[in-house]
Design a protein around this ligand. Structure first.
Ligand SMILES: [Zn+2]
Ligand SMILES: [Zn+2]
Length: 131
């Protein structure tokens, strides 16, 4: 199955040829600040499986590069220096987000008290053992 993604205005899009290796929620403060959302969800792909169309802008801090559309401001995803060759796309960037249910929660020590998600997924205080 191929997976596609696009920003709100359509200037940036992506085509993935392989399956994602990771699907997860992140409750950390950085993700909240960057996206404005109470909790984020990400879909991780290997760079080699992904083709981008258009040129995303980026913001780098502390070894993490956040990628977004310079025209409409949509958050596209992030790369972590410590995890070379991988990109974590935002769930909202995916054209068929219903196909990407998260498998666990990361950074639940930062979870907002009023964010309640009714699932039995594993929870991790910080990073999961496998990223
Ligand atoms: Zn855009
Ligand atoms: Zn995060």
């Amino acid at each position: 199955m191929s997976h596609t993604g696009s920003c709100r205005c359509g200037v940036i899009s992506a085509d993935a040829h392989g399956e994602p290796f990771r699907r997860a929620y992140c409750h950390c403060r950085d993700c909240r600040k960057q996206t404005g959302a109470p909790v984020m969800a990400f879909v991780g792909f290997k760079d080699e499986d992904l083709t981008f169309f258009g040129e995303p802008q980026s913001y780098r801090f502390g070894g993490v590069e956040r990628v977004f559309c310079g025209r409409c401001g949509s958050q596209i995803g992030y790369r972590d220096e410590e995890l070379p060759g991988r990109i974590y796309l935002t769930l909202g960037f995916m054209d068929e987000p219903q196909n990407h249910p998260p498998a666990f929660h990361a950074f639940t020590k930062r979870q907002l008290p009023f964010v309640e998600l009714a699932d039995d997924l594993p929870h991790f205080d910080g990073f999961p053992p496998e990223r």
